[in-house]
Design a protein around this ligand. Structure first.
Ligand code: HSE
Length: 298
């Protein structure tokens, strides 16, 4: 039986649309072995249990590329990453399928192949690459290949995920974006995306608020999230270095000092509760520098 663990991810990181993402300490655990049919076991509601299951489809893609027939797979999914919330749940399924199948196929594909294939399946690399590699990943996807750099983060920061009780599909959130943007907005974003990585990695956290100020996607998506702008304003009042829309949303992420993150979470819980948002969850996470891990047991 193959055991796989894949981290959640937060993509875009403000202004780094489709380019920046990092892995977080929240995990999906998957077991997988070859079978004579497709059998999926999961406690998570709304997960397809047949051939449309994303872990299965991603695994099958690798078998097809190898020219090897797949009769079926037994897959057991334990999904801690909430679905359709902007925390990389679909990327985690893709990475689980690819890494599990690669082990079953005798590691026929390299790590670079898996980075490329996962981005081809997802359509963009900013969740798939950090889910596989860990740390913060800067990537350019040319439609076929991902050109990437992974950097480890050892700063004492927490990423506090404020998770609404409703989903947001990435496809719908991408359709909300304009076809063209102004030249000045492109310049605004590229300088900030560059500032984000450099500031995070060098410890200049006071820059992060400026660095996450996005003009490519947040202005179109945030107004669709009830209380979205309000929650970000609260996060700053409670001392966050930065707060931004995680991936396509609806999760709002706050970057907070490890020393004050307990008080921050407590304060934000109060802010949500007075607004009647009792069903919104808050999870305090750190950066995962390991990425996906997979092994054969028994
Ligand atoms: N970069 C992607 C987007 C991430 O914002 O649409 C989706 O999770």
């Amino acid at each position: 039986m193959i055991h796989i663990r894949v981290p959640a991810t937060s993509a875009n990181l403000g202004a780094g649309f489709d380019a920046l993402g990092l892995a977080l300490t929240l995990y999906n655990e998957i077991e997988m072995e070859e079978d004579d049919r497709v059998r999926i076991l999961t406690d998570t509601p709304n997960i397809p249990c047949g051939e449309t299951n994303l872990v299965y489809q991603s695994a099958k893609r690798l078998y097809d590329l190898c020219g090897k027939r797949l009769t079926g797979l037994f897959i057991r999914q334990k999904d801690a990453i909430p679905m359709t919330r902007g925390l990389g749940s679909s990327s985690a399924c893709i990475i689980a399928g690819l890494t599990g199948a690669n082990l079953l196929l005798g590691e026929a594909f390299t790590l670079d192949d898996l980075v490329d294939l996962s981005a081809q399946i997802e359509g963009h690399p900013d969740n798939t690459a950090p889910a596989l590699l860990g740390g913060i990943v800067t990537s350019v996807f040319d439609g076929k290949k991902v050109h990437w750099v992974r950097q480890f983060i050892y700063s004492h920061l927490h990423f506090v995920a404020i998770i609404p009780d409703f989903p947001m599909s990435t496809q719908a959130a991408r359709e909300a974006l304009p076809q063209t943007i102004a030249y000045r907005d492109a310049v605004h974003n590229l300088s900030r995306a560059a500032l984000f990585s450099a500031s995070l990695l060098s410890g200049k956290f006071e820059n992060l608020r400026t660095a996450v100020d996005d003009r490519l996607h947040q202005p179109y998506r945030l107004p669709q999230i009830p209380y979205g702008e309000d929650v970000i304003a609260c996060a700053y009042r409670h001392g966050a270095y930065a707060s931004y829309l995680s991936g396509a949303g609806p999760t709002l992420m706050a970057i907070v000092s490890e020393d004050t993150s307990g008080a921050f979470e407590h304060g934000m819980r109060g802010e949500l509760d007075v607004r009647g948002l009792n069903a919104w969850r808050i999870i305090r996470l750190a950066v995962d520098n390991t990425g996906a891990v997979w092994e054969s047991r028994g």
